[in-house]
Design a protein around this ligand. Structure first.
Ligand code: NAD
Length: 479
């Protein structure tokens, strides 16, 4: 059991305003694994005012030379690196992410993101001068927006928090992070890492809470910018609040991406199995950008279905802490029930089950049997709704134009892949897909390139220089 009694606010461990706690449960065993205090609205008020004070400090974080901020961000990366294995263990135990994946991603990816932004500071001009068109000079300054409310989901709690925290820190903003109630033990370890750096008190604050606390935070008068990753339904509510308040907001939302298998694709699992896994199934299907709509050409349809069926049924399912496990449990009982509901709906709608489709035989843990459906209609719920579990829907197409049409016939536009032996041909197809990101024969987010969605998948971009711009206001001084 990992137990915390205090909250990390204002650079210190403080006693929370109420005695409410969150009990963390292992997704694999359903055993209790930890307990942390819950933040109330009173704690959020204190956290926002501490972030405000840190931001307004006339010699504070926002005024530090970018090189000094970069050093502090690197220190945070170093402190997280010391805790990387423990971080991976905490995430895997809470949300069911297989430990090998948690070690590579949740343990390591945030370090890459932090170091990328620390390095970017060396190449970023925060003030430039140019001749005024009517005579004189225009000085253009890029200034930190202020206090950031950062809200993260449970599926990649550390990685997705780092997409916000790293550029916010780099810009000179201060942060109130609200992690998801399902994944809090990692957020407290992150707070311990922050406490071990020279990042000043109040620059990073952590308020564990549910959607009410989140809603209170994003509407708080002391907040200047909102950065959110989560479901489209929550994103819409947050956008409404931010619209009313005219508050800048970045929204990374749901997805239902297409994996377009062209007729010349290599389907040999020895060569493509790992990349297929990363692009279609990683983290038990609980990844926003996965290509869970597999578009297969008429002339290789049966081969695609058989290959995916054999591949998915061969994946070792088990306890997330077991290094052999490729597919772990769902993050909560509620979510497991939701995913099973989609499987039932697919069956009722007449889609053909190739593998899976039945309840897991395990008596403990929130497992869903990895499932492949064939003969799926792109208009059906299976093809249109984000299931967020290990469930693939194979859809038949006639020719490339038909594949592009089906891929774009979705309210989402976050990820996608094209599978082909000819990368040029794949890129030509990728250009036609209405999406924020897309991969050829693999899908691997790049910390130095923008990431985000179109349509119901979100607004704005994280990562890359665009991710830094999302935390900067532009001011022009005429002289
Ligand atoms: P969720 O929307 O239920 O919750 C996400 C976070 O927002 C949690 O911390 C929650 O407490 C908080 N929240 C919920 N409602 C809120 C409100 N009205 N105001 C403020 N905060 C609120 O999502 P989830 O179930 O935790 O995460 C899964 C979803 O996240 C999926 O839809 C997935 O696609 C999406 N996601 C998107 C990306 C991306 O980059 N586009 C990445 C990962 C996950």
């Amino acid at each position: 059991m990992t137990t915390y009694h205090q909250l990390f606010i204002g650079g210190d461990w403080v006693t929370p305003a109420t005695e409410e706690t969150y009990e963390l449960i292992s997704a694999s065993t359903e055993e209790p694994i930890g307990s942390v205090p819950a933040a109330s609205e009173i704690d959020v008020d204190v956290a926002v005012s501490e972030a405000r004070r840190a931001f307004d400090d006339p010699t504070g974080w926002a005024t530090w030379h970018p090189t000094r901020r970069a050093q502090a961000i690197d220190e945070l990366a170093d402190q997280l690196e010391l805790r990387a294995d423990e971080m991976a263990r905490r995430v895997a135990a809470q949300n069911g992410m297989p430990i090998t994946i948690a070690t590579q991603l949740e343990g390591r990816f945030p370090l890459l993101v932090l170091r990328y932004y620390a390095n970017l500071l060396g190449n970023t001009e925060f003030e430039t001068r140019q001749p005024h068109l009517l005579g004189g000079t225009s000085t253009i300054r890029r200034e930190p927006m202020g206090v950031v409310a950062a809200i993260s989901p449970w599926n990649y709690p550390q990685t997705l928090a780092s997409f916000k925290i790293a550029p916010a820190l780099a810009s000179g903003c201060t942060i109130v992070l609200k992690p998801s109630p399902e994944t809090l033990l990692d957020a407290f370890l992150f707070a311990e890492a922050v406490a071990a750096t020279s990042i000043p008190a109040g620059v990073v604050n952590v308020v564990p809470g549910g959607r009410e606390v989140g809603a209170y935070l994003i509407g708080h008068p002391g907040v200047d910018k909102v950065a959110f990753t989560g479901s489209t339904a929550s994103g819409r509510l947050i956008a409404e609040t931010c619209g009313r308040l005219l508050r800048p907001v970045t929204l990374e939302l749901g997805g239902k991406s297409a994996a377009i298998v062209l007729d010349d694709a290599d389907l040999n699992l020895e060569s493509v199995g790992e990349r297929l896994f990363e692009s279609l199934l990683v983290n038990n299907g609980q990844t926003c950008y996965l290509g869970t709509r597999v578009l297969a050409p008429d002339n290789r349809y049966d081969e695609v279905v058989d290959t995916l069926g054999a591949f998915v049924s061969s994946l070792p399912v088990g306890d997330a802490m077991d290094p052999q496990t490729m597919v772990g449990p769902m993050a909560s009982a509620l979510h497991r029930d939701r995913v099973e509901g989609f499987i039932e709906k697919g069956r009722a709608d007449g889609a053909r089950i190739v593998t899976g489709g039945c309840r897991s035989e395990r008596d403990r843990g929130w497992f869903v049997t990895p499932t492949v459906f064939a003969d799926v209609d792109n208009k059906s719920v299976l093809a249109q709704e984000e299931i967020f579990g290990p469930v693939l829907a194979v859809i038949r197409y006639r020719d490339v134009d038909d594949a592009v049409r089906i891929a774009n016939d979705s309210r989402y536009g976050l990820g996608g892949t094209v599978w082909t032996s000819d990368p040029e041909r794949g890129t030509a197809v990728a250009r036609r897909i209405h999406t924020g990101t897309i991969g050829i024969n693999r899908y691997l987010p790049d910390p130095s390139a923008p990431f985000g969605g179109v349509k119901d998948s979100g607004l704005g971009r994280e990562l890359g220089p665009e991710g830094l711009n999302a935390y900067l206001n532009v001011k022009t001084i005429y002289s």
